[in-house]
Design a binder for this molecule. Structure first.
Ligand SMILES: Cc1cc2nc3c(=O)[nH]c(=O)nc-3n(C[C@H](O)[C@H](O)[C@H](O)COP(=O)(O)OP(=O)(O)OC[C@H]3O[C@@H](n4cnc5c(N)ncnc54)[C@H](O)[C@@H]3O)c2cc1C
Length: 321
């Protein structure tokens, strides 16, 4: 059976490996981090000195939506298993004059165990190597060389700026990638009322606040705020320096009188591509080498990354016969 290396253990890499395995190939996922999920990360709170040590908070993607019928089938199974839950269809909207109303939209899905658990559940049964960074991918005759070792197929499922560091044999979209600093705030009590999340419009500090307790379903007084891209860019080298401005803005938007018991900032240097290709993925014209991720399939969304990875897996499997 043909072997395949999938570089990246985010949702696109896991979707790619799954469809390669379904087609009879033997994929191995190589992930440089110590856990799967990439930008669907959930952080376990430790050393906070609060009652919420050991609890996880979603510090990457806030939620996901579901449109594609095949993605829906996967998510329905995960819902039946208790991994995924319906969160909400409505978020508050905040503008320069204060709270401006409620915006309704599609169902937003979340996970009781954090979004990382969704990717980990999808990876069940796959051969996954953690803390295994790939340094080089190149075309070598009819094969693909991954760190100098020939494989029948290789899938590059990582953000383009990171892909450029390991290979010159894939196309360049040249999208600009926006950074986001995500600030997690643990409060003593819930004082902000009946709110799941707030789109913060026309604000110099924040773009979004999620109620992580409502999102995960345990009602813990934990918020995660995303800072404005301009401010995120300014503080990308020292995210902790952005914390005072973030806390003040969260207190202002939600009318919270108290300071959080614990607060921390996480930097996403490559949070979202500002331009994405409409094509679902790319495959080399001569060898079984391809690229997938949320800069494809119309991204940058969880569902787009899944669709992109799955399509790449199918196309590489087709090449392998
Ligand atoms: C702050 C934030 C908020 C977001 N909010 C939403 C939202 O609300 N809804 C939504 O749908 N989407 C949201 N997104 C986007 C969504 O998270 C992404 O579109 C999706 O998770 C991308 O998945 P991916 O597999 O393509 O990439 P990633 O998740 O980035 O996975 C790539 C993986 O590759 C690994 N890797 C990198 N280089 C190497 C290497 N050389 N060797 C081995 N492994 C490597 C990385 O460690 C990572 O685990 C958000 C993203 C961020 C950062």
């Amino acid at each position: 059976m043909p072997d395949a290396t999938v570089i990246g253990g985010g949702i696109s890499g896991i979707a790619c490996a799954t469809s390669l395995a379904e087609a009879g190939a033997v994929p191995q996922v190589r992930e440089r981090g110590h856990r799967l999920a990439g930008r669907m990360a959930s952080r376990t709170l430790r050393g906070t000195g609060t009652a919420h040590d050991g609890r996880v908070a979603d510090i990457g993607a806030s939620y996901f939506t579901v449109r594609d019928p095949d993605f829906r089938a996967v998510i329905d199974t995960l819902m039946a298993d208790g991994v995924v839950r319906e969160w909400t269809t409505s978020f508050h909207v905040h503008g320069p004059e204060g709270m401006a109303g409620i915006a309704s939209g599609p169902m937003r899905y979340a996970a009781p165990g954090g979004l990382r658990s969704v990717v980990e559940a999808m990876a069940t049964g796959l051969d996954v190597r953690l803390e295994d960074e790939v340094a080089q991918v190149e075309v070598g005759g009819a094969r693909v060389l991954v760190d100098g070792v020939g494989v029948d197929a290789a899938a590059v499922c990582i953000p383009e700026p990171q892909a450029r560091r390991i290979t010159q044999d894939v196309p360049v979209i040249r999208s600009t990638w926006e950074p986001i600093i995500a600030v997690t705030l643990v409060f003593a009590d819930r004082t902000w009322g009946d709110i799941d999340g707030v789109f913060v419009n026309d604000d110099p500090v924040l773009t979004w606040i999620a109620d992580d307790g409502r999102r995960r379903g345990d009602e813990a007084p934990v918020l995660v705020a995303h800072m404005h891209p301009v401010l995120s860019t300014r503080h990308v080298d020292a995210p902790a320096e952005a914390i005072p401005a973030a806390v003040a803005a969260v207190q202002r938007v939600l009318g919270i009188p108290t300071y959080p018991e614990w607060v921390d900032a996480h930097r996403w240097t490559y949070a979202k591509p500002l331009v994405a290709a409409e094509d679902p993925c790319w495959v080399h014209p001569e060898v079984a080498l391809g690229v997938a991720g949320d800069a494809w399939a119309g991204g940058p969304r969880v569902e787009a990354a899944w669709l992109s990875g799955r399509q790449l897996g199918k196309e590489l499997a087709g090449r392998l016969g």
